[in-house]
Every structure is written in C-alpha cells, then in structure tokens.
Ligand binder design. Structure first.
Ligand SMILES: [Mg+2]
Length: 254
C-alpha cells in the first residue's frame, strides 16, 4: 500500500468507526487544485484569447506560439507556460498585460469553471466519505458573486455530493483574504461537535495560516497537503501527510 492509499483509507476507517459510535466526522476540501485540476480551464483561456480578433490583430507573432502551449500539473497560472513558449520576455509587456487582463476576467467566472476536471479518484473519495457516515464541506476562496453559480453546477455535473451533509462554503466577497476566510470558517465550527476534522488543501499559505490561527481547535484540524501546484508564496509543508490523487487502489496509481 502506498502512503497515499494508506492515508485515504485510514481516514475512511476512522469516519466509519466514529459513525458506529454515534460521533460525527467532517472532511473539508479546497476546490481549485485540490479536488479540481484547473489546467483545462487555463488552456481554454489561452485558446479563447487566441481567437479574439482584437488580439489576433495586435499580437499575430505571439499567438503563433499558442498552438503548442500546454499547461502542466505544476504550473501556477499562465506564467510557467509562457516561459516555456518563450513569451515571458521583457519586450512583450503589452501582450502579457492583455493576456493577464483576459485571464482575470475569465478565470474567476462561472462560465470557465465548467472546464475544470476532478483529479483521479476525487469524486469517488468524497462520495465514500458520505457513505461511511461523514460530513463534507467544500471550502473555497472562490467568491459567491463571480463563481457561486458555476461552482454548484460543476460539483453536481461531476457527481460530487451537494446536500444537507455536503455543504459549499464560498467567500461572501472577493476582497476577503483566502487564508483568513478559511481559518475563520474553521474557527466558527462549534467546539467538539466533531470527533475528527480533516482539511485537504494545496495552498501552503492557507495551510500555515490555519495551523497557526486555529492551533487550539478542538478536535485539532488534521491537514492533508494536496501536492498539485501552489502560489509559491510559502514553502510546502514537510511534516504533513501529502497526497497527489484520491485513488484508493495501488494498481490505479501510475
Ligand atoms: Mg486551491
């Protein structure tokens, strides 16, 4: 059994044990780059940018490189893909600024969320948690106004549970800081309501903030680092369980 499989199975067993004793468990999942791979969303943004007549007119040279532009798993935003394509140079500021503005408009919008794809095993794992008697919360830095509608639609489209035992917690306003929003959400959970609380998250900034500010939560928040990609504003934790997918069988891993 690999460490990932072991981590996932132990959590499900614990949820089932708690349930058998009448104790509630809560599993909290970040969405972007934890349950969902946002790579396809980013690739779609590049494709649509390249099809705008205005940009075709302004940046014909640069758009020629777009055909082969691929977003890799470890990429954060579009910058890494631009570097690989040779489009990150200082002389291309106008082009980069236009793309960045286009990205800002599209990435954080209901419409483009539909291009996200769950990481392997994610849907089944979350469903399993409910089957074992646990509760689930999707805790995301996405804000209600720009992405609330699309988020609920895409969760349901992929068969992620969304019901009285699986709730969606979005930021009430885009100006809020992600890490503070998430930590405060944890602090609002009534003390000792749950036997165990797990938090699956890819962003080290959020992880460090939660560990620091919610250090005395009861029960303690057990964080699982999802090792996909992150902002690089803080170092990845080295003392937490780390997983890179949600598959429960060793054979499925490759
Ligand atoms: Mg995330």
């Amino acid at each position: 059994m690999t460490p990932t499989t072991k981590t996932l199975r132990q959590i499900l067993v614990k949820i089932a044990d708690n349930h058998a004793q009448g104790v509630e468990s809560l599993a909290v999942f970040d969405l972007d780059s934890t349950l969902f791979d946002v790579g396809p969303r980013l690739e779609r943004i590049l494709t649509d940018f390249a099809q705008e007549p205005e940009y075709q007119r302004k940046f014909p040279e640069q758009l020629r490189f777009f055909k082969n532009l691929k977003v890799h798993r470890k990429d954060w935003g579009l910058q890494d893909a631009l570097v690989r394509a040779g489009l990150a140079g200082e002389d291309l500021k106008e082009f980069q600024e236009a793309l960045k503005n286009f990205w800002r408009r599209t990435f954080f919008s209901d419409d483009y969320l539909h291009h996200d794809v769950p990481y392997p095993g994610a849907v089944e794992f979350v469903q399993n948690m409910l089957h074992c008697g646990g509760r689930v919360a999707y805790l995301t830095g996405r804000d209600v106004h720009r992405m609330g509608k699309g988020t609920a639609e895409v969760l349901l489209k992929w068969n992620f549970p969304l019901n009285e035992r699986a709730e969606l917690a979005l930021k009430p306003h885009l100006s809020m800081d992600d890490a503070e929003f998430k930590t405060n959400w944890f602090l609002s959970v009534p003390e000792k309501r749950y036997g165990n609380i797990w938090f699956f998250e890819n962003e080290p900034v959020n992880i460090h903030h939660t560990r620091l500010k919610a250090a005395h939560a009861s029960p303690p928040i057990e964080i699982v680092f999802f090792d996909s990609t992150h902002s690089r504003r803080a170092a990845a934790p080295t003392d937490l369980p780390s997983i890179a997918h949600f598959l429960m069988d060793d054979e499925e891993e490759s």
